[in-house]
Design a protein. Structure first.
Ligand code: SF4
Length: 277
């Protein structure tokens, strides 16, 4: 008899839940409603939004927006310059930037204005990091691995992308401490991320196979996959239950199967996968 064990902390986090609910509930008085980039890294959810008439646009599309349009800003947030562009177009803004991300943006702006060099632990191409960098005139030193390749001189302010791994944070702080004389560090890895990573770590040590559910472009899901894979070689990353058919053959002898899901994976997708298994 197979046992399916779900990680204690998995699926939608507070910020994503709030963004998805408010987007689906939003009724436009007039004009189009668009999201700047996909609302969350989950194709099933963005498809449902598209069915409701809420489509995604890119930064390059901003000049073609009309006054009566509404732009939804997703949890990742955007740079200050993007708000200026949107205001110039005269559009309405529904700002669903996660409060934890706003906290990072404020810290970065405050310290940049005080003359600190900003260092961000994260992926320079991830929209959250691109947005945060916009609060220090795009001058941040960004490292994905925690390695630094130039001496940290002057005053340094360090922050992390909310979905970073704690181990990378420790590595970065250790590296900075070796050369910097003066630095302030704000561990801005989100509690929801930490909780999901801890639960995934624990459960992946106890099972024969591990299924991680979430978008392929989701940063926090990818980190969960990496953590689980270290402990459980039979770890698979899927976006939805439809992808399980291929995997079921590979895990047919697994008695204990663990399940976890990224912060942008809706409950119905997790339940569907559990039932399928
Ligand atoms: S992972 Fe954390 S920072 Fe990101 S949206 Fe969720 S609650 Fe906000």
């Amino acid at each position: 008899m197979r046992e399916i064990i779900r990680a204690n902390n998995s699926g939608f986090c507070f910020g994503v839940e709030r963004a998805v609910k408010q987007s689906f509930d939003f009724v436009s008085p007039q004009g189009r409603v668009v999201t700047l980039g996909p609302l969350i890294h989950n194709k099933d959810v963005t498809q449902k939004l598209a069915n409701k008439g809420i489509h995604e646009i890119s930064m390059e599309d901003i000049p073609s927006l009309m006054k009566e349009d509404t732009v939804i800003i997703r949890t990742h947030g955007v740079a200050m310059a993007v708000y200026d562009e949107l205001k110039e177009q005269g559009v309405s803004i529904v700002d669903l930037t996660c409060p934890y991300v706003i906290n990072i943006q404020k810290k970065v702006k405050l310290h940049h204005d005080k003359g600190y060099k900003i260092v961000i632990l994260g992926d320079e191409h991830h929209p959250e990091v691109v947005g945060i960098n916009g609060y220090c005139n795009n001058s941040a030193y960004i490292t994905k691995s925690g390695e630094i390749d130039f001496p940290m001189k002057g005053k340094i302010c360090v922050v992390a992308q909310t979905t970073e791994k704690q181990s990378n944070w420790v590595k970065l702080i250790t590296n900075i401490a070796e050369t910097a004389k003066e630095f302030v560090a704000f561990n801005t890895i989100c509690k929801a991320t930490e909780d999901r990573q801890k639960s995934a770590e624990e459960i992946s040590k106890e099972v024969d196979a591990m299924i991680v559910i979430g978008g392929y472009t989701s940063s926090n899901t990818t980190k969960l996959y990496e953590i689980c894979k270290k402990n459980c070689p039979m770890t698979f990353h899927i976006e939805n239950a439809g992808e399980l058919d291929e995997i079921k053959e590979k895990i047919k002898n697994a008695v204990r199967v663990g399940i976890t899901a990224g912060a942008s994976t809706p409950e119905w997708i997790i339940k569907e996968a559990m039932e399928n298994l």
